[in-house]
Design a protein around this ligand. Structure first.
Ligand code: S3P
Length: 454
C-alpha cells in the first residue's frame, strides 16, 4: 500500500493515545509464558511485531488467553519460528531457546534475515549454547536462519561476564533470559544503560537481579527458579508518541496531548533532544504503573507561520541509546529547525529495519532538505521557512522511515506519495487514522502513480 499525503493547512489539535510499548510487550509475553501461573497483559499492542512474539509462543504450546505453562515446549510442528520484522523477537528468543532441551530455528522477513546476529549468538556460544546463523553475505557476521541445537541431558549453560562495546537492550536481554537457566551468574556491563524493561520486569517477578549503573547481575544461586505470574498494564509507546510530538511541533497552530506514555528514563532521549531544540515536549508525570513511569505529553507547535521556533542541535554520546529509534523522526524536527543539526555516534542506525542513515538522508533530500550522510550519523541543514518540496519516496519497508516521511509530506507544497507503508503496522497500526482524526489528509491506496491516482 502507498499513502497520498496532502499538505496540512491547520494545526493538529486533540488528545490521543498511542499503541502500547512494543519493547515491554515482547518481554511481557516471554515472561508471562515462563511464569508459574496466569499472567494478564493489559493494553497489549497487537502491532505486528508483538504479534510475532505471541505467535512464536503459540507455536511452542503457550496459549495466549491463558499463559500458564510455566515453561516453553518444542515448537508443535517443528517448523521454524517466524519472527516477522521483529529483531527484538529474534534476539530475545535466541537467548531463551538456546537454554532449552529442544532444538529450534528462527527465521524472519526479508529485512530481518539481513540483520546482524553475531552480537547475540557469539556470547551465547561462549556460555555453552549450540546456536549458529548463516554466514552474512557481505560482512564478517552471521544472519538468520538461526539454528539452535538442544542442550543434551546433563549439559547446562555456564555463568558469563560480558562487557558490551555498544549498549544493546536486545543483547543484554538475550543474555539475561539465557541466564535464567545457567549454572552461574550472568553479568552484563554496557557503556551506557540501554532500555531496562527486562530488568524491571525480572525484579517484579522475583528473579534475583542486582544492578549498579549500567551493570546488571543475575545470580540464580539459591533461587528456586520460580517466576511469579503478573498483571501488567503496558504504557503507551514513547517511540510511537514521538511521531505525534514532532508532528505537533512542525505544524503551526498545533496543541496536542498524548496520554499515558511510558517515560522510562532509558527511553526519553528524544524528548530531551526536542526540548534542547526549543520544541514543546512537556512530561506531566502520572506516577508509576506496573514498575514503569508514565506521563501525559503536552505539546504545542514550536514553529509559527514565519518558520521561527526550533533551533538545530547536536545528538551524540549517551543520548543516542536513549533515542536510537527516534532519530528518524528527530531528523524531521531538524529539517524544520534553523541551523545545522548533527547526529553522531549512531552507526547502529545502519543495521536497523533499513540503513536509516542512508534512507533518511535520501528522504530528506527528496523533500528539498539539505542532508549529508556521515559514517555514524547525519548532518541536516534546517529549512525552517516556506513549504518543503512535495516528493515521492520509498519507505524501504521501514515503519519509522514511512512515518517520518509522512510528517515531512504534511509540510510539502503539494501532495506527496509514500510508497510501501504496510510496514507501519509493525509498530503503529493506527498511525494514518490517528493523524487523519487530528485533521491531516492521508489516504491509503493500493498503489498510486506519480500523478497521484490510485
Ligand atoms: C529494543 C532495543 C533496541 C531498539 C529496538 C528495540 C528492545 O535495539 O532499537 O527497536 O526492545 O530491546 P538494540 O538492542 O539493538 O539497541
Amino acid at each position: 500500500m502507498d499513502w497520498i499525503v496532502r499538505p496540512i493547512a491547520q494545526g493538529l489539535r486533540g488528545v490521543v493515545r498511542v499503541p502500547s510499548d512494543k519493547s515491554i510487550g515482547h518481554r511481557a509475553v516471554i515472561l508471562g509464558a515462563l511464569a508459574d501461573g496466569t499472567s494478564t497483559l493489559r493494553r497489549f499492542s497487537f502491532g505486528e511485531d508483538n504479534v510475532s512474539t505471541l505467535k512464536a509462543f503459540e507455536a511452542m504450546g503457550v496459549a495466549h488467553e491463558i499463559l500458564e505453562q510455566g515453561s516453553v515446549k518444542q515448537p508443535i510442528d517443528g517448523r521454524p519460528l517466524d519472527c516477522g520484522n521483529s529483531g527484538t523477537t529474534m534476539r530475545l528468543l535466541a537467548g531463551l531457546l538456546c537454554a532449552q532441551e529442544f532444538g529450534s530455528t528462527l527465521v524472519g522477513d526479508e529485512s530481518l534475515m539481513r540483520r546482524p546476529m553475531r552480537r547475540v549468538l557469539e556470547p551465547l556460544r561462549r556460555r555453552g549454547a549450540h546456536c549458529r546463523g548463516q554466514k552474512h553475505p557481505t560482512k564478517d557476521d552471521e544472519t538468520a536462519p538461526i539454528r539452535i541445537a538442544p542442550l543434551v541431558e546433563g549439559e547446562a549453560l555456564t555463568g558469563i561476564e560480558v562487557a558490551l562495546e555498544i549498549a544493546s537492550a536486545q543483547v543484554k536481554s538475550a543474555l539475561l533470559l539465557s541466564g535464567l537457566y545457567a549454572h552461574g551468574p550472568t553479568v552484563v556491563q554496557e557503556p551506557t544503560l540501554s532500555r531496562d524493561h527486562t530488568e524491571r520486569m525480572f525484579e517484579g517477578a522475583g528473579v534475583p537481579l542486582r544492578r549498579v549503573g549500567s551493570v546488571v547481575q543475575l545470580d540464580p544461586a539459591g533461587w528456586d527458579g520460580r517466576i511469579a505470574p503478573f498483571d501488567i498494564t503496558i504504557p503507551g509507546d514513547p517511540s510511537a508518541a514521538s511521531f505525534l510530538v514532532v508532528a505537533a511541533n512542525v505544524i503551526p497552530g498545533s496543541v496536542l496531548r498524548v496520554v499515558d506514555v511510558g517515560v522510562n528514563p532509558t527511553r526519553t532521549g528524544a524528548f530531551d533532544v526536542l526540548r534542547a531544540m526549543n520544541a514543546g515536549a512537556e512530561l506531566v508525570s502520572k506516577g508509576d504503573v506496573s514498575g514503569e513511569p508514565i506521563a501525559h505529553l503536552e505539546t504545542s507547535a514550536a514553529v509559527d507561520e514565519s518558520g521561527a521556533g526550533m533551533r538545530a542541535t547536536m545528538i551524540g554520546g549517551e543520548l543516542v541509546p536513549r533515542a536510537i529509534d527516534e532519530i528518524p523522526v528527530l531528523c524531521v524536527a531538524a529539517a524544520r529547525a534553523s541551523g545545522t543539526t548533527v547526529v553522531r555516534d549512531a552507526a547502529e542506525l545502519r543495521v536497523k529495519e533499513s540503513d536509516r542513515i542512508a534512507t533518511m538522508a535520501e528522504v530528506l533530500r527528496a523533500f528539498g532538505v539539505d542532508a549529508r550522510e556521515l559514517p555514524d550519523g547525519l548532518e541536516i541543514v534546517g529549512k525552517p521557512t516556506g513549504p518543503l518540496r512535495a516528493a515521492t519516496v520509498a519507505s524501504k519497508g521501514d515503519h519509522r522511515i514511512a512515518m517520518s516521511a509522512a510528517l515531512l509530506a504534511l509540510r510539502g507544497d503539494g501532495p506527496s506519495i509514500i510508497r510501501d507503508v504496510d510496514c507501519v503496522a509493525t509498530s503503529f497500526p493506527g498511525f494514518a487514522r490517528t493523524l487523519a482524526d487530528l485533521g491531516a489528509s492521508i489516504d491509503e491506496v493500493e498503489e498510486v502513480d506519480e500523478a497521484g491516482h490510485g
